[in-house]
Design a protein around this ligand. Structure first.
Ligand code: BG6
Length: 458
């Protein structure tokens, strides 16, 4: 569906997220013809221009076409703005209205906050006061246009800050206008988890403690965090990826059957599941060399690796460990969910070398599913070997798969919410992180380029 028209106002337009993800996604939406009638307003504190912003993002745009950039520049502008200054928002509002009038747009606005979360509330408050966002709390109010605001993760830095931010935001905006996004939910394969579970008879009857031995979710990364020390010193790996992406994956795998496969119903099922999750045990790690990065506090105890075990206190999952493993500066970049089934009784005279089926849901870098099964070895013996039934997403869709951030922008423009986390999910996720933090887990060093802390060092 093509939107009738829309204005995208991007706060943090000169930042890293904009450069790597958002500008390339906006580019793709223009190039594909999805965005036809639009206004793009880049906003940040420093002096810059749209030309500079697109130039900065060039290396992340694989099919760079100058005519698309020219189209965006002719339908856009850059505004230098201090987020703490209300006057600056009044100026921004005038500029937006002026350009919307010239371009014949109807005032549908998407305000994207690609900035640290301490700026979320000031942006929302000033933008509402200046008329960039209109409060839609009054349900009877009829309006021809929509205005929505998107917040990047992490939303807050703990339970209290998230609650207080939400309270302040909902004073000036309705929940329907607020999107707290998690880009993992916009990945095609992640969007597939609920669908595959609940639309194929072969999975759901087996999806329980009688048949599943363990669930392991791994989000490993090669990059170190030397480029993001300021952020990392404050958040660490627990708040950077466990609180959001990894709990979302856990919730999608563990949730009960939702009432329907709509985003609202799935959101309710995920929130209910997260309520039942409890932290059991685990350990943390910090890669060697982290303390030497410029900006890292002397003797910093910030974790760059976590290996955590959770349990789910309900009929379906009682006793099944859910392991979450993640780290920076490791050997490979890979995000994968492994669902290991319980062993089968081996009816062969010889042993069954592969007697546990495994379902692998690969998310990054390759997207797809693989189910490991037992099959007979070639020849007339009676030996089994593991074989894989595989669905390779890229083999079918390849280049046509939208980038996660393209999906996010499209969903917000169309008023869909599957990429947004509900406030209930968010609060429960923060509670779980405080459970982990309160334990004061042991932390071990590990060398870069390996698999994390070695067993013998623990
Ligand atoms: C981001 C985290 O949310 O997700 C990063 O802030 C992490 O630290 C990234 O690298 C991982 O996302 P992806 O899509 O590259 O797996």
């Amino acid at each position: 569906m093509n939107p009738s028209d829309c204005t995208i106002i991007l706060f943090g337009a000169t930042g890293d997220l904009a450069r790597r993800k958002l500008i390339p996604a906006i580019y793709k939406l223009i190039k594909s013809g999805y965005l036809k009638k639009f206004l793009f307003v880049g906003v940040a504190l420093e002096e810059s221009s749209l030309v500079q912003i697109f130039e900065g993002a060039r290396e992340f745009i694989d099919d760079y076409d100058q005519s698309v950039i020219d189209q965006c520049i002719s339908c856009g502008c850059y505004e230098q703005l201090d987020i703490t200054n209300q006057e600056n928002f009044v100026r921004l509002s005038k500029r937006v209205i002026e350009l919307e009038t010239t371009l014949g747009l109807s005032g549908n606005r998407l305000v994207y906050c690609a900035v640290p979360s301490q700026f979320f509330v000031p942006i929302a408050q000033h933008a509402t006061a200046a008329g960039i966002l209109t409060c839609r709390k009054n349900k009877n109010e009829k309006s021809e246009s929509w205005q929505r605001i998107v917040f990047e993760k992490p939303f807050g830095h703990d339970l209290d800050s998230a609650e207080s931010m939400h309270q302040q935001l909902t004073k000036c905006l309705s929940d329907k206008q607020i999107y707290i996004i998690d880009h993992y939910l916009a990945k095609e394969i992640v969007g597939n988890i609920a669908l595959v579970r609940f639309t194929n008879r072969i999975f759901e009857p087996l999806w329980n403690k009688e048949n599943i031995e363990s669930v392991t979710i791994t989000l490993n990364e090669k990059l170190d965090v030397s480029m993001r020390v300021g952020f990392f010193e404050k958040f660490g790996v627990l708040k950077d990826v466990v609180q959001n992406h990894m709990f979302q994956l856990l919730a999608l795998v563990g949730m009960e059957e939702p009432e329907s496969l709509t985003s609202d119903a799935i959101g309710i099922a995920k929130a209910e599941l997260l309520e039942k999750v409890a932290f059991k045990t685990g350990y943390l790690g910090q890669y060697e060399g982290y303390l030497q990065h410029q900006g890292v506090e002397q003797g910093s105890k910030v974790a760059t690796y976590a290996n955590l075990e959770f349990e789910i206190d309900n009929e379906r999952w009682h006793g099944v460990p859910f392991r979450l493993i993640t780290g920076k500066c490791l050997k490979e970049k890979e995000t994968v969910i492994k669902i290991k089934f319980k062993p089968v009784k081996c009816l062969l005279t010889k042993s069954c070398p592969s007697d546990q089926n495994e379902l692998r849901i690969s998310i990054v870098p390759r997207a797809g599913f693989a189910l490991e099964l037992n099959a007979k070895k070639l020849g007339n013996g009676n030996e089994v070997m593991p074989v894989e039934m595989e669905y390779c997403h890229e083999c079918i869709y390849g280049l046509y798969t939208p980038l996660a951030y393209e999906t996010i922008l499209q969903e917000v423009i169309e008023g869909m919410r599957s990429i947004s986390v509900s406030f209930d999910e968010l609060i429960t996720s923060w509670k779980l992180i405080s459970q982990v933090e309160q334990v004061g887990l042991a932390m071990y060093p590990y060398p870069c380029g390996g698999d994390g802390p070695l067993k013998e060092n623990k």
